[in-house]
Design a binder for this molecule. Sequence first.
Ligand SMILES: Cc1cc2nc3c(=O)[nH]c(=O)nc-3n(C[C@H](O)[C@H](O)[C@H](O)COP(=O)(O)OP(=O)(O)OC[C@H]3O[C@@H](n4cnc5c(N)ncnc54)[C@H](O)[C@@H]3O)c2cc1C
Ligand SMILES: *[C@@H]1O[C@H](CO)[C@@H](O)[C@H](O)[C@H]1NC(C)=O
Ligand SMILES: *[C@@H]1O[C@H](CO)[C@@H](O)[C@H](O)[C@H]1NC(C)=O
Ligand SMILES: *[C@@H]1O[C@H](CO)[C@@H](O)[C@H](O)[C@H]1NC(C)=O
Ligand SMILES: *[C@@H]1O[C@H](CO)[C@@H](O)[C@H](O)[C@H]1NC(C)=O
Ligand SMILES: *[C@@H]1O[C@H](CO)[C@@H](O)[C@H](O)[C@H]1NC(C)=O
Ligand SMILES: *[C@@H]1O[C@H](CO)[C@@H](O)[C@H](O)[C@H]1NC(C)=O
Length: 623
Amino acid sequence: MLSISRALFLTAFTARSTLAYNFLYEGVQLEDGDVANNSDIAFGKLPGSPSAKCKTFPGDSHWPSSERWDAFNASLGGALVRGIPPAAACYEGPYEDAARCEVVRTGSRSSNFVKEDPVIPFQQWTLGNPCPVPASNQSPGPEGACNISSYPAFAVVASTVKHVQLAVNFARNNNIRLTIKNTGHDFVGRNTGGGALQVYVHPLKAFEFLPSVQIAQYQGRAARVGAALEQYDLVRYQGENNVTILTPGSTTVGALGGYMQGGGFGYLTSKFGLMVDQVLSLEVVTADGRFVHADPGENEDLFWAIRGGGPSNFGIVTSAVIKAHDPVSVTVSSFNLRSNSQLPADLFWEGVNAYFSHLVRINDAKGIGWNNIGTQPPVGSAPRSFTFTGQVTMPGMSADEMSEFMAPIIKDINNLGINISNPKPDWWPTFAAYAGRVAPGEGVGNGRMGSRLFPRSNFVDTSSTEFNATMAAIRSWVEDGGYSFHSVDYHPSLETAGYPGTNSAANPHLRTAIMHATGFDTGSYGPGTTPEQQISQQRRLMQFAQKWRDASPTSGAYMNEANTEEPNFQEAFYGGNYEKLLEIKRKRDPWGAFYAVTGVGSDEWVVEGTSGLPTQQGRLCRV
Ligand SMILES: Cc1cc2nc3c(=O)[nH]c(=O)nc-3n(C[C@H](O)[C@H](O)[C@H](O)COP(=O)(O)OP(=O)(O)OC[C@H]3O[C@@H](n4cnc5c(N)ncnc54)[C@H](O)[C@@H]3O)c2cc1C
Ligand SMILES: *[C@@H]1O[C@H](CO)[C@@H](O)[C@H](O)[C@H]1NC(C)=O
Ligand SMILES: *[C@@H]1O[C@H](CO)[C@@H](O)[C@H](O)[C@H]1NC(C)=O
Ligand SMILES: *[C@@H]1O[C@H](CO)[C@@H](O)[C@H](O)[C@H]1NC(C)=O
Ligand SMILES: *[C@@H]1O[C@H](CO)[C@@H](O)[C@H](O)[C@H]1NC(C)=O
Ligand SMILES: *[C@@H]1O[C@H](CO)[C@@H](O)[C@H](O)[C@H]1NC(C)=O
Ligand SMILES: *[C@@H]1O[C@H](CO)[C@@H](O)[C@H](O)[C@H]1NC(C)=O
């Protein structure tokens, strides 16, 4: 085994290129000698055969004894924790703790708290809301009302590759469900599962700027990045190193976990592509427990699949090397429309259409659009009202150039008789300065959404039936559905993707899209709602999402911000890549060690005991 001290020695005294990995935590590996005759932590042998019909659940006769869990914990050096949700402190029983409960009450609303916990996901509806945080005026809930069995049974707090390998081997050898949590942001429940062994990769943070690298045909600036770096980490590092690195839009989203592995867009995506397009090489623990390097010339299948083929399904990424671009300035123009007696609904929507008719021009200039459309139901004799908040973000333009760029948009809106003025753009000298103005932390949601990638072709001719149908479907979502609308309008074409991004598993529908539309259900998926209520809300939501699909019949949806029950998810989330991804999945993971809802091959599995909901708390079985 390569110990930390040996890795340190190598770092200090030999060229970095002689190391087969990026960071010291990757030098601590599980070696054949560590396994000896311990069948709990033995490596898998390919080709393997599929495991039993169902995963072993706590309480089953095959569930490892506490002695074996203790031995596993010892092999981990004590990095194993039990799967106790923090809100258990607010319930009677062994975990009751009033002071801790207070911390949980305020904390649970912020990503800064939830991402630091090894057990809980953001979207607790994906586990059936098993341990709700009681309101502040409530006394401790009765023991049992916090259902700990619905959470992962144990979590490995992984700070070395060895931890990750041990977890993969222990779970695979014992046929236990394996889940991976990074920040916990996932919307669809790919990051959690009842009775699972969870690998919490959040400690895998490290960064090193590389002024010059040669990886296959890429020559230029790059950075080594730990798998757990969040947006705000990368924003800080790119500022310190005077480069630009693509990042998620929100501060605490992980940049290399689900975000990258599902595609990953940011404010500079029309200029630099998706997050998958930034990746030059990967370090990965595969389903057999081995630690491998993947790049355009080595383990090419894995390198291709992990870049866009969906997270938590082909391996556990521990680090990557990604592109670093030249620093770029950023300018932003924001404007609003609000319906009222002077701006009735029809005119409001004409104004919205006028803005959207400029999406091609915005994207061709390498900018992105971003907007929210809100609505309030009729009050008394006042009709349903609408608000539109629009923002155009443009790299590399001065504020004056941005004003000029915006002028035709504002003019088209003014020509309709809507009186808004050309907003004064904000300008930042670098993307790091722009993104770094916000302190880390965002809200923690618990609900479901609809989404659609509308293709660029729908926006090219704004007098076409395609453009019309797109606008009508969006209007109906808000006006008839009563749901809010949000879109980020970017175009990560294959040309923008560059090398090696063009050859990745990223959803081909992302390449042709210009609008990623999302809308949240206004109904609750929280603890107060029954499965029946949730099912009927979802059915209604999907009726309106179907209008989006009908207006873009050849397109798909972005898997990271999507509905868990997107019809024909294989085509919508993976397009023409699905079959090839399935072949790689079968070859690399014949055991089904990895599973993620909506993942490649996930249709071969079902979670039991979920009352008809696409939730993850029950036993995972083959269909
Ligand atoms: C507030 C908010 C803002 C967002 N903004 C954006 C945005 O601007 N652009 C965008 O594209 N998306 C955005 N998203 C969506 C985001 O891409 C997904 O939520 C994504 O799954 C988050 O990945 P994570 O690793 O941070 O979260 P997690 O929930 O921890 O993980 C997500 C998935 O990745 C898997 N995973 C995590 N780490 C690893 C790893 N090291 N190896 C293998 N699998 C791993 C998990 O098992 C899970 O399946 C946003 C989401 C939220 C909630
Ligand atoms: C196998 O493991 C057992 C228990 O840990 C140990 O006593 C025994 O010596 C080991 N045998 C070999 C061949 O390593
Ligand atoms: C694992 O070991 C550590 C250190 O000995 C201990 O603190 C921890 O509680 C153990 N975990 C479990 C699940 O028993
Ligand atoms: C940052 O890099 C740019 C170009 O790559 C250069 O013009 C500028 O001087 C650098 N700034 C600093 C502070 O080094
Ligand atoms: C538009 O609004 C501004 C400020 O409210 C006002 O000064 C201006 O006269 C208005 N213009 C038109 C054409 O209504
Ligand atoms: C687009 O819609 C408008 C009104 O909604 C209609 O008048 C027009 O004929 C439509 N155009 C096309 C090409 O469908
Ligand atoms: C608790 O969760 C487990 C796993 O999903 C489930 O089997 C069990 O029925 C739940 N118990 C209660 C009381 O809801």
